[in-house]
Design a protein around this ligand. Structure first.
Ligand code: AVJ
Length: 457
């Protein structure tokens, strides 16, 4: 497992983090039986083989010319494996397995890139002021490579989750399903300010969309202490939640008012993607097996489903700023680096007693499993055990500038179709639990480790 550590600017730490991240993704691909690497577990994404090449092509395309001044040795693969896909509104890929290179050729490409990068980066890094042709410190690029790979370690887990069990090498996992009964209540958060974003010129790493820091004044609201559980979501289903159009549209002035309802109807969605009905019973699909639905685990759903539940409950999804205030603000008016602050157990850095993250396990745990992780206001489980949907469209903060070496990382998704998720899942690396990290997906994407909690205003 990865050491629990946050982002670093120290070169030595960074090369070690890259090695750890490689180990993490290698282990994931290793979970797949070799005859199944050309499968496409999620129809909106590439086949598994693409990602083996992609993780190396990404690093190589990032460093090769601008940091190391090297020549390409396989430009065709550099292009083939350069970018993943996220089709908006249909347009699924239609390639066939035979369109892709052999596993041996891809592994060769991977090995060659790793050995060249390891050799050349070590040299370049000896100069502690090393920077790229566009003037960024080499440390920033290394953070980009490490976090890009760690994000894929999570999104690959979503993908392999959907791969049929018999195409994976089985693993046993002890599931946590019993904790003290979950008592649901909502917590009043008084009106006040909260900081979003990172100030430029600081020495910690952030992606382009985390800049710049700014203050938002948030009116008073009340927020669920816990994430919405499978048990609560069952009540929504029993109340006809998936058959009632009123829960699926905004009733506001948007032209695409019925988009969520139309999506749900067209796709025939009638329950969360991780659930399966068997006779009178609901089963839950974990990474390796079906189990009876664990009622106190957080429900993982698309944003459209989360919003429908919230409307049924007479509540809303939190905005990004509300979520941030519930997680990091305090009654005293200061802000904590992590929801739990520096408590009796010593350092405030993410540690396993504060929540389920940093590859701690495959499956969720009950929503009340880690009371030590509570925020200053007593809101529980805000980091780990599943990302949380906000109602906020993924859009730039004031002062946003794309990274010149990766212009599309965020900007390609400022399209009104992607929404901000905050928090983290069991498969989120510790470094991305920082306060300013922003994740996002399309409102209709169901295969992510993402749940929600509701607010009232
Ligand atoms: C930030 C998780 C939404 O997976 O689409 C990986 C991360 N971008 N390679 C995604 C990403 C390019 C991105 N998310």
């Amino acid at each position: 497992m990865l050491a629990t550590q946050s982002c670093s600017t120290l070169i030595h730490d960074l090369t070690e983090q890259l090695a750890n991240a490689r180990h993490q993704t290698d282990t994931l691909f290793d979970l797949v039986k070799p005859d199944s690497l050309y499968e496409r577990p999620i129809s909106e994404r590439h086949r598994i083989i693409f990602y083996i090449g992609h993780l190396e092509a990404f690093d190589w395309n990032l460093f090769r010319e601008r940091a190391l001044g090297l020549k390409a040795f396989h430009p065709e693969f550099d292009r083939l494996f350069a970018f993943g896909i996220d089709p908006v509104g249909g347009g699924l890929p239609t390639d066939r397995p035979s369109d892709w290179p052999s596993i041996a050729a891809v592994q060769d490409y991977v090995r060659r890139i790793r050995s060249v990068l390891d050799e050349k980066l070590t040299g370049a890094l000896l100069d502690s002021n090393a920077s790229t042709s566009d003037g960024f410190p080499l440390a920033t690029l290394l953070n980009v490579a490490v976090e890009h790979r760690l994000m894929h370690a999570e999104t690959l887990a979503y993908m392999l989750h959907q791969l049929p069990f018999d195409r994976k090498k089985p693993q046993t996992e002890l599931l946590s399903v019993n904790t003290p009964a979950v008592v649901h209540r909502s917590i009043e958060i008084p009106a006040g300010a909260v900081t979003l974003g990172l100030p430029r010129g600081g020495d910690s790493f952030g992606w382009d969309n985390e800049y710049e820091a700014h203050t938002v004044n948030v009116p008073a609201f009340a927020i669920d202490q816990h994430k919405v559980t499978n048990r609560q979501y069952l009540e929504f289903i029993a109340a006809g939640g998936y058959e009632t159009a009123a829960f699926w549209s905004d009733g506001d002035n948007r032209d695409n008012n019925n988009e969520d309802w139309n999506w749900k109807s067209r796709q025939g969605v009638s329950h969360p993607a991780f659930w399966k009905r068997q006779g009178q019973q609901w089963l839950y699909r974990t990474m390796f097996e079906y189990v009876p639905l664990p009622l106190d685990w957080p429900v993982y759903v698309s944003q459209a489903e989360a919003k429908a539940y919230a409307r049924w409950a007479g509540k809303s999804l939190p905005t990004e700023a509300e979520w941030q205030r519930a997680a990091y603000a305090t009654p005293q008016g200061d802000e904590r680096p992590y929801p739990w602050g520096a408590k009796a157990l010593g350092a405030a850095e993410p540690a396993e007693h504060f929540g389920s993250f940093n590859f701690a396990r495959w499956s969720p745990v009950p929503v009340n499993e880690f009371p030590l992780g509570q925020s200053a206001f007593g809101v529980d489980g805000m980091l780990g055990n599943g990302w949380e949907w906000t109602s906020t469209e993924f859009a730039p903060f004031p002062g946003f500038e794309p990274f010149p070496f990766y212009r599309g990382y965020s900007a390609d998704f400022f399209d009104g179709k992607h929404f901000v998720m905050k928090g983290g899942s069991a498969r989120t690396a510790a470094c991305m639990l920082r306060r300013t990290f922003r994740n996002w997906f399309q409102a209709h994407y169901q295969f992510i480790y993402t749940g929600f909690r509701c607010v009232s205003r």
